[in-house]
Design a protein around this ligand. Structure first.
Ligand code: FCB
Length: 469
């Protein structure tokens, strides 16, 4: 099987609210997540991102850990209200300086910074002006993107506009489980979706205008892979149809978001599926939404099995009790996910390089009595998922990079801190960082450009004997 291409990028990801802490420091404005965390009963254990990993203060130490792991790329997001406390208007110099220093520090460590403009911490001040429901939100995002492009675009060349719009719209504006906690009626939620898509397009335009280095721009929607039970033409076609079908009552749709961005139109079935709820969108908006992108980014943790039924429809496969799952029950361990998702995105929206902008496993890792953090399940998860990437590459699909989620254990939104995704363990009492076994394993994988994936038995003793450790 063809191995990973020479230019393949090995990285890890994070987001501002989940790691930075310093929620009120140096003139930062409030975000909708700062608001939500004060809302009794919304977050597990009443936890907040007020301190998180204190990355705002500890970023040098954190970049040093990344360097030890050998990351080639690091995907992080900028906190919009840290830089623009009111969302627009006056720039908070101290907030911007933080990202300036972080980018320099990464470059000194020879780690390529990949910047996400928006990973959910929306400025509260703009939410109070109507947020995504207000069509001006398109311009607000453009202004924000200009400020960041101007400030960092001389050193940053890879950008993502929005992270998982399905989640911040679905969980945040339709179901109320994430910030800002809204339960909008569908016609309004669809309007907000449309504005977010337009904002994405406007963000791309702003980056192209303001970045000094020629920017490479994508975005990071999420998906759950449709995995055919067999590779018969019927099962594969059924999976493909299901992956791109439009479902009503939810934003967890792929084509609803990605067709406008890559193809310049909403999927035809959307108007039918959403019926009277479907707004009459202005055709002119689609040109803004469909700005040419340089790569296909996607986040994927899981998938589901599906097969063709004899009547020409589809059948999903019932869950087996006790099947492998992370500590968050949506995270079913389905190793073929990255193969099928890459293949399906490439077929519909390619040819373009694909970057897996998030993939990872949550567990209850702790520091063992020997001082190490043993997380064999995470190693198995990453290695089995990456076999799917390797297969995709061997079939000529241009997967050019992988970002493990996450570099650190962190604040997992409404789930608080109990589910740990990190390569680096964080003790949230002392802020002590400990590289998990998976971090050492990943280091080896990066050093061999993925060749060590085929070493079946990873030997923890070998890891312990590692000279760096
Ligand atoms: C994704 C989010 C990320 C993190 C992971 C576990 O949905 O983009 O912030 O919460 O899931």
């Amino acid at each position: 099987m063809r191995t990973f291409p020479e230019h393949f990028k090995w990285g890890a990801a994070s987001s501002s609210y989940q790691i930075e802490g310093a929620a009120q420091a140096d003139g930062k404005g409030m975000s909708v997540w700062d608001m939500m965390c004060q809302w009794p009963g919304k977050i597990y254990g009443g936890e907040t991102g007020d301190d998180a990993c204190e990355h705002y203060y500890r970023y040098r130490e954190d970049v040093a850990e990344m360097k030890t792991i050998g990351l080639e790329t690091y995907r992080f997001s900028v906190s919009w209200p840290r830089v623009l406390p009111d969302g627009i208007g006056k720039v908070n110099a101290k907030g911007l300086e933080f990202y300036d220093r972080l980018v320099d520090c990464l470059l000194e460590a020879d780690i390529e910074p990949w910047v996400t403009l928006f990973h959910w911490d929306y400025p509260l001040a703009l939410y109070q002006k109507g947020g995504w429901l207000n069509r001006d939100s398109v311009d607000w995002f453009g202004e924000y993107a200009s400020v960041i492009g101007e400030a960092l675009g001389d050193r940053v060349s890879h950008w993502m506009t929005l992270n998982e719009p399905q989640c911040f719209m679905g969980n945040g504006h339709l179901w109320g489980s994430h910030a800002p906690g809204d339960k909008l009626p569908m016609p309004l939620a669809l309007k907000a979706m449309h504005h977010a898509l337009m904002a994405h397009g406007n963000g791309v335009l702003a980056l192209r205008k303001h970045c000094e280095l020629k920017p490479k721009i994508g975005w990071a929607p999420n998906c759950s892979a449709a995995i055919p039970v067999s590779e018969s033409a019927e099962d594969v076609e059924t999976a493909r149809k299901d992956f791109f079908k439009v479902s009503s009552g939810t934003f967890f749709n792929n084509s609803l978001w990605s067709d406008p961005v890559y193809l310049g139109r909403y999927p035809e079935e959307a108007a039918e599926v959403f019926g009277a709820d479907w707004p009459d969108f202005d055709d002119g908006d689609m040109t803004l939404i469909a700005q040419p992108l340089d790569f296909i980014g996607y986040n994927c943790y899981s998938g589901y099995l599906i097969k063709a039924s004899p009547n020409g429809g589809s059948e999903s496969i019932a869950a087996v009790p006790g099947e492998p799952v992370g500590t968050l029950d949506w995270l079913k361990v389905m190793p073929d996910s990255l193969y099928w998702a890459s293949r399906m995105f490439a077929e519909r929206y390619g040819p373009k390089p694909i970057y897996i902008t998030e993939n990872g496993l949550c567990n209850t890792d702790w520091v063992s009595s020997d001082g190490a953090v043993h997380d064999p399940q995470r190693i198995d998860y990453i290695s089995s998922y990456l076999q799917g990437v390797k297969r995709a590459v061997s079939e000529g699909i241009d997967v050019s990079g992988y970002f493990y989620w996450s570099i650190f254990d962190n604040f997992e939104w409404a789930e608080g801190y109990r589910s740990r995704f990190g390569l680096v363990h964080v003790d949230f009492g002392t802020q002590k960082r400990t590289l998990k076994d998976s971090a050492w394993w990943y280091r080896n994988l990066i050093q061999t450009n993925g060749e060590s994936l085929d070493v079946k038995e990873y030997d923890v003793n070998l890891l312990v004997a590692d000279p760096v450790r």
